[in-house]
Write a protein that binds this ligand. Structure first.
Ligand SMILES: [Zn+2]
Length: 175
């Protein structure tokens, strides 16, 4: 796997090599009204790759870092379902666990443990969204339960990571 852990700046700091390669980077991007498609090299996992400063970095991670600074140990994940997309608005930094969940939700063959779970009405992707929204504040378990059509216990369970620990397994993603 080509996890780009070798970017040379502390989390949140601009990457010093980023600026000089901007023109070359954007020349490989085809913007649409939604996704910004990477047209350069794509690795076997379907992610765009960009070679800069003698290193290879995934294109979406590079794009994210241009806007937000280096994500450090965090992975850069897609809100859209398009691995080639480098639109910063479609990207967010998350943990490897969230990345695994993301991978699982996009690969239905692996969606087994979740469907045997008492809160199976929630998909892995939904669990991630619920955690995100709850973490941001302004919405409680009752409102979330109503919105997603599940019990508050299910929401609390999803938030507590108890029911969805299986998504930590098989984290072979690429970010
Ligand atoms: Zn996108």
């Amino acid at each position: 796997m080509t996890r780009s852990k070798h970017i040379g700046a502390p989390a949140g700091k601009p990457m010093d090599f980023a600026i000089v390669s901007l023109g070359r980077f954007w020349s490989k991007v085809q913007k649409t009204e939604t996704c910004w498609e990477w047209t350069g090299f794509v690795n076997r996992n379907g992610y765009g790759c960009f070679r800069v400063g003698g290193r290879s970095i995934t294109a979406h991670r590079y794009s994210f870092a241009l806007v937000n600074g280096d994500p450090g140990k965090l992975w850069v994940l897609h809100r859209c379902d398009n691995r080639k997309c480098v639109n910063p608005e479609h990207l967010f930094a998350g943990t490897q666990i969230e990345n695994a969940a993301d991978m699982v939700s996009k690969d239905r063959q692996r969606f087994v443990a979740g469907s045997q779970n008492p809160i199976a009405k929630l998909t892995e992707q939904t669990v991630i969204l619920i955690r995100e929204r709850y973490a941001k504040g302004g919405i409680g378990t009752r409102a979330l339960a109503k919105e997603y059509g599940v019990s508050r216990a299910a929401i609390r369970s999803a938030l507590s990571h108890r029911s969805w620990n299986h998504i930590e397994e098989g984290a072979n993603g690429n970010a």
